[in-house]
Ligand binder design. Structure first.
Ligand SMILES: [Zn+2]
Ligand SMILES: [Zn+2]
Length: 343
């Protein structure tokens, strides 16, 4: 169950009742200017440890990005604590009830250079000067406007299995790569078009929208809460769903189906398929799209070479890997010459 923080007292009571002794898992992020991240980090850690919060939280001069779980019984205390911090008051929380309590085992609050590794030089623009947040309904309206340019701010392997109808999907490996490409493509339209963007959960657009405003785009909009929140609103409010295919997610599921359309192909045989897998050769671990027949035929590998290696005894594989320093990169760029049908 996925919920939104702007809950009425009644909805919140129902949520907590359903959770009972369970924990709520939640995530949120906020760009803000934090003068002393170390001090802020300590403040969070002391308070949250007391509330039995578990999770992974990044704090930086540019803001906070948190994924955590909190006992349902302590949720009100936790929420009040957030509301007491001016830039976290009424921050949007993505909340779910976690019945299997294994999502986080420790509380880790880390000071980082960035809350998202995006490689941008922040000193050049103010990340708080962002685009207009739109909900699913307003987003759909913007998409119907012929004056709108819609841009997918995610990477190639994400947009490949699912995206909004009519979106520009830059063929990039990282967020940082996409920014100048889009700017170049759209430079004629800085003033006359609506630049509308979206990503998985909204965080990438927070920064991208500020970047484009800084670059002179006048009408910048972003989908609040990203595809995840859009899907929820479309279901709840019975709106038209303009998303095709699957939403790529960074957990074991790899993708969440949003419409029945299959818009990508098996990278090995070319037939329609949108199931991401990682090559079974641990030393390769390439992320690619593979249909069930190919998975069987190739023993879950991306190439004949990987099949040979994956068939070796574990110790031998380990010896082969030694010194290569390239094992578990789960999101290795998803490109390889061995894949016949990767566009
Ligand atoms: Zn296939
Ligand atoms: Zn492989």
């Amino acid at each position: 169950m996925q919920l939104y923080n702007k809950l009425s007292a009644k909805e919140r009571a129902a949520l907590l009742e359903e959770a009972g002794e369970d924990r709520l898992t939640l995530s949120f992020y906020q760009y803000a200017k934090i003068g002393n991240p170390e001090l802020f980090r300590n403040h969070l850690f002391l308070a949250w440890d007391e509330m039995e919060v578990l999770g992974r939280i990044y704090v930086a001069h540019e803001g906070i990005n948190a994924q955590l779980s909190v006992p349902a019984a302590n949720f009100e205390t936790f929420k009040n604590f957030l509301d007491g911090i001016y830039f976290l008051k009424d921050v949007r929380l993505n909340i779910a009830i976690e019945h299997d309590l294994k999502s986080f085992l420790k509380l880790k609050v880390k000071v980082r250079d960035k809350i998202v590794a995006d490689g941008l030089n922040d000193d050049t623009f103010d990340v708080r000067n962002k685009g207009v947040h739109v909900d699913a309904q307003k987003f759909n309206e913007l998409l119907d406007d012929p004056n709108t340019v819609l841009v997918d701010m995610r990477n190639h392997y994400e947009s490949e299995i699912g995206h909004f109808k009519g979106a520009i999907t830059p063929d990039v490996d990282t967020f940082r790569d996409s920014l100048p490409i889009i700017e170049e493509d759209l430079k004629e339209h800085k003033e006359d078009k609506n630049l509308v963007m979206y990503c998985t959960g909204g965080i990438r657009c927070e920064k991208a929208s500020a970047y484009y405003k800084h670059k002179g785009f006048k009408n910048v909009f972003q989908l609040e809460g990203g595809i995840i929140e859009y899907t929820r609103q479309v279901e709840n409010l019975k709106l038209e769903n303009k998303f095709l295919g699957k939403n790529f997610v960074f957990d074991h599921r790899r993708g969440e189906r949003i419409s029945e359309d299959v818009i990508s192909n098996c990278h090995q045989c070319g037939k329609p398929c949108d199931t991401h897998v990682n090559c079974a050769n641990e030393a390769c671990h390439l992320l690619f799209i593979q249909c069930e027949e190919c998975a069987e035929k190739m023993n879950n590998c991306c190439s004949d070479k990987c099949q040979e290696i994956a068939a070796l005894p574990y110790e031998e594989q380990k010896a082969l890997r030694k010194g290569k320093g390239n094992s578990n990169q789960i999101f290795k760029k998803g490109r390889s010459e061995v894949l016949t049908y990767k566009r």
